[in-house]
Design a binder for this molecule. Structure first.
Ligand code: ASP
Ligand code: MG
Length: 479
């Protein structure tokens, strides 16, 4: 062992995550390999599926349910084109053969699941999670082979191998840290780089359980928490956090520092840089999250955005404005519904029972408003209809909405910030359906019709970032 390696021994490991957008073209893959080598130390690398593969798997799963003839063709589509590219990148014959065998085995397993789905004509949740996890399984095998081929000592380590244990909820599981911590720390205490497929963990019964779409960030964060990592490094194909989505607003600025809470709220309200749950496991241990842009493969020590406990408060507080179209409203109306405590408890209980996630509840004397994700609107509507609540006279659903949030430390303490924000929006004649301040100490949000979303984001950005120049060219693309 040379001196450099010896000194790395004492340093906590870094967990590094690459997403699907880093795994799109041959050049992307080369860039990822370069970055891993540039760290010059053993890493835990978490990978997503190659770009678009999870969507393809989902589609295949639904098709297989009713049509067995598409299974073979779809599998060819899944791996066919990639296979040639991959094998042309691997130079070592043995590694090539070994990888071919591993991939064939995975594809055969996948085919068996799809045939099973076709046979029974249904998609049980455990099969759905298993099938959807294949994108990450394939990419981890391939990336391990490519790294080995380039002389990096590494091995593929799956959540099954590690004992990354979850609460067992299919489709949207959480890590059971008490059950996982020791085994995970033990597994990654060695000197080799490990390549881990993201997106899923294993229930106590040994079943694959997904962490929800985009969940590889959460895999990486969970491992980082278990091993007490030096940092969680997330590589993107864009710069890190910005003052607003650059597709909507001209002249946004990069944000180089955010607190955990700020980053979590921005992610929750739609900023696509991080999965909203990434921050959760890391906050207590104060493990920093560092965001990098892979356009700069040399930047392994100079992240674009650092998320940590070290907060700064801006003079006019707001650091960024984000939006999400994945919000809708289920409104229960009736005189006095806001005053009858039993109703809220009953409805939330029923929604919990049905696996419906309530994003927020806002009540008044005459109405209870549940903010939900789009996919939960109809199931929630049906659930409430089925409850026959006598105090509720009208049940109304509203979609085509956007939630817009402004985020910054000090938002509640500093006077006038929320007023400025809402003032800037209403000055442009935009109607805000629901406003919420105070639920989070660092975020204020409101809901508008989707057609007003771009203008509302620009209004706030202009107000807080002295940027009256709005970019109207992009309207068509994003409305
Ligand atoms: N491949 C999964 C998805 O597309 C997980 C991830 O990318 O983080 O949702
Ligand atoms: Mg992704």
């Amino acid at each position: 062992m040379n001196r450099k390696e010896a000194s790395h021994r004492k340093m906590p490991k870094i967990v590094v995550k690459f997403g699907g957008s880093n795994l799109r073209s041959q050049q992307d893959i080369e860039n990822v390999l370069t970055v891993i080598r540039n760290y010059q130390r053993p890493l835990v690398v978490v990978v997503s599926a190659f770009y678009g593969i999870t969507d393809m798997l989902e589609e295949m799963l639904f098709k297989a349910q009713h049509d067995h003839t598409t299974i073979g063709a779809n599998l060819d589509k899944l791996i066919g084109r990639k296979r040639d590219t991959i094998f042309s990148l691997i130079r070592d014959r043995d590694i090539q053969e070994e990888t071919r065998a591993l991939l064939d085995e995975r594809i055969r397993a996948l085919k068996r699941y799809l045939k099973g789905v076709n046979y029974i004509g249904e998609i049980p949740p455990f099969v759905s999670d298993m099938v959807m996890s294949f994108g990450e399984r394939l990419s981890a095998t391939i990336m391990t082979a490519l790294l080995r081929d380039r002389g990096v000592a590494c091995e593929e380590v799956t959540p099954e191998d590690i004992g990354l244990i979850t609460d067992g909820g299919f489709g949207n599981a959480e890590v059971d840290f008490d059950a996982s911590r020791e085994a995970v720390a033990q597994r990654f205490s060695g000197e080799e780089t490990a390549i881990v497929p993201g997106f899923y963990g294993i229930s106590r019964e040994g079943r694959v359980t997904l962490f929800g779409r985009g969940g590889s960030d959460y895999t990486a964060a969970s491992i980082a928490a278990c091993i007490g990592a030096g940092s969680l490094d997330i590589w993107k194909d864009v710069d890190g956090f910005q003052t607003a989505d650059p597709k909507l607003v001209a002249d946004t600025h990069g944000i180089h520092q955010l607190t955990y809470t700020e980053a979590a709220e921005l992610a929750y309200f739609g900023a696509k840089i991080l999965h909203p749950r990434t921050v959760e496991p890391l906050m207590a241990q104060r493990i920093p999250i560092r965001i990098f842009n892979i356009a700069n493969v040399e930047s392994v020590t100079t992240p674009y955005t650092i998320i940590s406990a070290n907060g700064t408060q801006k003079d006019d507080v707001i650091k960024s404005v984000s939006y999400s179209d994945d919000f809708c409203i289920l409104k229960l109306e009736g005189p006095g519904v806001g005053n009858k405590p039993g109703i809220l408890a009953k409805v939330t209980g029923e929604m919990d029972h049905k696996g419906i996630n309530i994003k927020s509840v806002i009540t008044s004397q005459t109405s209870i408003n549940f903010l939900l994700g789009l996919k939960d609107l109809e199931p929630a509507h049906q659930a409430v209809l089925g409850m026959k609540l006598t105090a509720v006279q009208n049940i109304i659903t509203e979609s085509d909405l956007s939630v817009i949030a402004a985020v910054g430390e000090g938002l509640l303490e500093k006077h006038g910030i929320a007023v400025r924000m809402f003032g800037a929006v209403s000055k442009r004649g935009i109607n805000m359906e629901i406003i919420s301040v105070g639920a989070s100490p660092v975020a204020a949000y409101f809901i508008v019709r989707q057609s007003d979303r771009n203008e509302a984001v620009r209004a706030i950005h202009a107000e807080f970032f002295n940027n009256p120049e709005v970019n109207h060219d992009t309207d068509k693309k994003h409305n």
